[in-house]
Design a protein around this ligand. Sequence first.
Ligand code: ATP
Ligand code: MG
Length: 460
Amino acid sequence: MIKKLIGRVFSGKMFGGRGKSAAQVIPFKEHGVAREQISPCALSVTDTLQAKGFAAFVVGGAVRDLLLKREPKDFDVATSATPEEVRGLFRRSRIIGRRFQIVHVMCGRETVEVSTFRAGHEVSDKGDDSASGNERGKTDEQGRILRDNVFGNQQQDATRRDLSINALFYDPSTQQVFDYHGGVADLKKKRLRMIGDPVQRYREDPVRMLRAVRFAAALDFEIDPATRKPIRELADLLQNVPPARLFDEMLKLLLSGHAVETVKRLRKDGLHHGLLPLLDVILEQPLGERFVMLALKNTDSRIRGEKGVSPAFLFATLLWHEVLAAWKSIEKGGIPAIPALYKAMDQVMLAQAEMLAIPRRFGGDMKEIWAMQPRFEQRSGRRPYRLLELPRFRAGYDFLLLRCESGELDAEIGEWWTQFQDANETTREQMLKADSGPAKKRRRRRKPKLPADAADAPEV
Ligand code: ATP
Ligand code: MG
């Protein structure tokens, strides 16, 4: 133990994972970020922790965004206090832990995420044997970190972060920024640079590749060549990431307000293959690409306009052309249209679940949107009225409009529904199409063949 300690002091690792120099401290007059720009909740967290003698800083995305004169999405705090110590200081707080334990502190409607300084997985220093095996996080055979919860000091905490611009600490009481990895210079150069050896950092956590591309798109930054180059070669490592985590990351990416740009860049960097089976297939067919890009553009403008978006709607659009393809091929096998659609929906949901676990709560809504689509083509009798009454009609209709806009369907059908919704009764009656007799007969014959889960299947 003592020997190890002495070894560490001499190898210069005592105070910092990779033995890099100490932080550059940047005063207020140089960066201009004032204490008042920090949210009241984050301020109360750092003030309370500091008053108890702990180190506490605002860290990560909020510091980056403030330095870029953007409004931070949320505030994260890094501290020397352990999760239990943090928990003990704030009445409205709870420890949550997925990959590692963090504390959520709540004030009113705001939640601040407080994490204890952690030492990363010590890597890449020549002759680095200072971090003993049991101090390291556990990794799988590809080098992916499975457990990553070793506490450390501030410098180590900076070093375990992903990009230099995400490793900046702001002390609200002194209004100083602590920069261990040249993050401020990179912000000025609009450059994304992975801390440490990019290959090793991607192996530890392949999601960092997606993050790099997401930030590049959202901030309109360039990825430094050394950080960018390995991405194409290592893209397959994303296959080892647990689907739930990948889903979270996809959601962040798609709801960033810059989805179109991010997806373009993902394709450029070869990251879409395998990541989203849906993107693989779809982006390679002209109609599918148009449809997905329109859907993403739509989502981006809703997010930028601070309107709500539904993840279920978005995922339904991303998978639609897969559903269409499966539907067609199942129908070719002699199965009637509606049961074939249900089969196709299940097949597509199952196929992507292995890669990207779409939570159940979204699955139901997605299927509802898809199942409504053939019903828009039924424009006679009482059917359009019944469709209008469905609680999710609006989502189904918006989806229909995208299909028209992408060229998959004739624009006339979308226009018909737009008009029908707002028309008075007389106009509606005039708009209805003549009923096609044989369709009814077909329905009666086919009904018994509906699969069990299609009990409340759409009418045909
Ligand atoms: P956003 O604006 O999307 O919230 P963010 O940078 O705050 O951006 P978070 O996911 O909230 O991103 O993470 C907070 C901080 O934690 C990051 O700034 C970064 O320092 C660190 N971090 C997050 N994910 C990773 C990762 N996979 N590897 C290393 N560090 C990470
Ligand atoms: Mg954040």
